[in-house]
Write a new protein. Sequence first.
Length: 330
Amino acid sequence: MQSQAVTPAGSSATSGIAFILVGMVAISINDMLIKQLSGDYPLHQMVFIRSAIGIVFSLMLVQYEGGFGILRTKTPMLHIIRGLLVVVSNMTFFTALAVIPLADATALFFVAPLMITLFSIPLLGEKVGPLRMGAVIVGFVGVVIMMRPWQSAEESEVNRLVLLLPVLAATTYALNQIMTRKLGVVSKASALAVYIQSMFIVVSLGFFIFAGDGRFAEGLTNESLIFLLREWVWPQDSDWYLFWGLGLNAAIIGYALSQAYRLASAATIAPFEYVGLPLAVFWGWMLWGELPGPAIVTGIVLIVASGLFVFFRERRKNRPLVKKRVHRRY
């Protein structure tokens, strides 16, 4: 079922942009912490601790925005689907981080804003002209370059399937943000964040029940699968501050992104997510000495350029008309 997109007021668009910038800074810190901890803890344990802490902060925001009554919803199944999309997006991206440099994984993930623009056509009824569509195609060319299809399996530093994980994460993330735009009409951002944190807790507990003893990780050589399935261990005292940082970031991310896509159109918000790219490069260089190669840099340039073009076309389309002065002859 489609809904007609509504062009936000200028103040709402500005607030939406501010929230997405806050969310992207929090995401960059979150990804850095996940990669930092990926060598010692299983992903589903990190997700559980992160969400258990994060939901406490999210419930505080619920109280601020109106109390626990705002958690009631007439569309629970849509919130469950949205939550599962977020879980799949996060788990696939985080699994890739165990193998792929942070900047490379983030760059591949940034096909998401392009997909949001595409999905907004059938799902939100937004119009995308030929120039914006051409820019989206250029962005996808950048993604293909980052995938380096001309390299053989022996030449590639990582498995091709692992390179596809951030792209899968981008696809499910884009669908999630489109659903946020539809659900945000009747749900507060804090409530949307609580639903997501709850889904993370349920899924990570399911992983613990079936794989928490590490039996599925035995004999594996793929670092991504080992990260996903290794045995739960009690965190070291020196790591707890990192887990608390993950929890706080989870609350900030859930609230900021939900609020951003509630207040502004998908095409307006999506380009500002590119601020995550230089942040990922910064963390990768500072902590692990990782710098993107020529193919990654080329892909980044193409994606950022296409995203900025899409953004400015959207702003120009929504710019109020200025009445021209008519000069009369007397």
